[in-house]
Design a protein around this ligand. Structure first.
Ligand code: KG4
Ligand code: ZN
Length: 411
């Protein structure tokens, strides 16, 4: 097999998306020939979560169909290597992909590379827009990776591709799970992340509009985008390079202030289950018979901001403590526009606050920031293919017999 000329067929079935991608590698260029996804979201929405046996049945039904589609879209190339997710994930779902990969491997007489789903979320960062692989850039390491998905919230110290150490993780719910569970409480369906993000944005836009209106009434000469219209909530000001909106403390109708769990603890662990409980209490406190649109928007904003604050604070702390050259994001939650924006701003404006950073203005932390393009944040098989190529370069081909589903596989 030629390292510089290789076609990989990648399969991902760890959760509720059936994904197949075909990638062509030629002289360190990685071309995505197809990225096919069959989502089961609609099916699971009515249950507010994923049923493993139902998901497995759907994968079995969908795999042959999207395999054909993926090959056709790619121009039926000769496949040199198969990559498949072996964990972590839902065991029945993982087995469906693995069995499909094994059959195909025998039929095509090509080897299989087993892939760790978490490593693949990180690997999604190592392809640039012009399809070049970025991994050879030694200036990127050590890196601190934040993997935030429906099943995981982990801070991982990455010394190089394949060299990882978990330095922090959630003690209960994952960040994506928190979005999903609070959305369920609010009756917003599944998955919760995108819908909460959308409602939070609506709330923010409305507040901005009313602020603009007020500003024009009192004839104040400044635009809506300048920060001096906003008031900073002192408790979290270190975190937000974009100060929090004044309305949160002053003009909010429902005065929602959710906790930022474990934010000031000296470790890199997370805990999100308390947020879900706080949302339940808030609803109880307000004795809301029906949850108005405004309430849903306002609480969505606060849920999202609470999650973002904790994620950014802990990641920056880890980056500083481990002298990381790069911060890397991955997983479904990293598709969140506000998280991406606030991370970028925070890194660019690393504040010289003695209680937090311990550095002065002239000694700002210079750090690279990698986040996958949005379509590669959520589960997909392209990331499995990229991880496979990077593992292939490290000779990680395994005998087919040894490939097994590992629901709790660690990185
Ligand atoms: O990585 P992923 O596709 O699947 C797992 O490996 O779990 O992540 C799915 C999670 C869900 O919890 C979903 O609510 C969350 O990612 N998610 C988001 C957004 N898009 C997806 N969370 C916040 N904002 C988003 N825009
Ligand atoms: Zn995932």
């Amino acid at each position: 097999m030629n390292n510089n000329n290789l076609t990989i067929l990648a399969i991902e079935t760890s959760c509720d998306d059936t994904c197949i991608a075909v990638l062509k590698i030629k002289n360190s260029n990685l071309e995505i020939l197809s990225n096919t996804i069959s989502s089961q979201t609609k099916l699971h929405t009515k249950y507010g979560g994923i049923f493993p046996t139902l998901a497995k049945r759907e994968h079995q039904k969908n795999l042959p169909i999207i395999f054909k589609k993926a090959l056709k879209k790619s121009g039926n190339p000769k496949i040199d290597l198969i990559a498949v997710t072996i964990g972590p994930g839902l065991e029945p779902c993982l087995w469906t992909g693995i069995n499909f990969a094994k059959e195909l491997s025998q039929k095509l007489k090509v080897p299989i590379i087993p892939i760790n789903h978490i490593e693949a979320h990180i690997a999604a960062n190592f392809i640039s827009e012009n399809s070049k692989l970025k991994i050879k850039n030694s200036k990127l390491f050590p890196a601190v990776c934040l993997v935030v998905s429906g099943g995981h919230t982990q801070l991982i110290l990455m010394k190089n591709f394949g060299k990882y150490k978990i330095i922090g993780e959630t003690r209960d719910d994952a960040a994506g799970e928190c979005f999903d569970k609070t959305a369920r409480i609010l009756g917003l369906g599944y998955p919760g992340g995108p819908v909460i993000a959308e409602l939070a944005q609506q709330w923010k836009s409305q507040i901005r509009k009313s602020q603009r209106r007020e500003a024009s009434q009192i004839n104040v000469k400044h635009s809506s985008s300048t920060n001096n219209k906003f008031q900073t909530n002192s408790k979290f000001q270190i975190l937000n390079s974009q100060p929090r909106l004044a309305v949160e403390t002053k003009r909010t109708k429902f005065k929602i202030n959710l906790p930022r769990p474990m934010i000031h603890q000296k470790n890199y662990d997370f805990s999100f289950s308390g947020l879900k409980t706080a949302v339940l209490y808030k609803i109880k406190d307000l004795k809301l018979k029906t949850k108005s649109e405004k309430f849903i928007q306002e609480i969505s904003f606060e849920i999202q901001q609470a999650i973002i604050d904790v994620l950014i604070y802990k990641t920056l702390k880890a980056a500083k403590d481990y002298k990381a050259k790069t911060i890397i994001l991955g997983g479904g939650v990293s598709a969140n526009q506000e998280l991406r924006k606030q991370f970028k701003l925070k890194i660019e404006n690393y504040l010289p606050n003695p209680t937090y950073i311990g550095r002065n203005e002239t000694n700002k932390l210079k750090i690279n920031f990698l986040v996958p393009e949005k379509k590669l944040c959520l589960d997909n098989a392209v990331m499995i293919g990229i991880a496979a190529y990077l593992n292939f370069l490290r000779n990680k081909i395994k005998s087919v017999k040894k490939i097994k589903a590992k629901a709790n596989l660690g990185i």
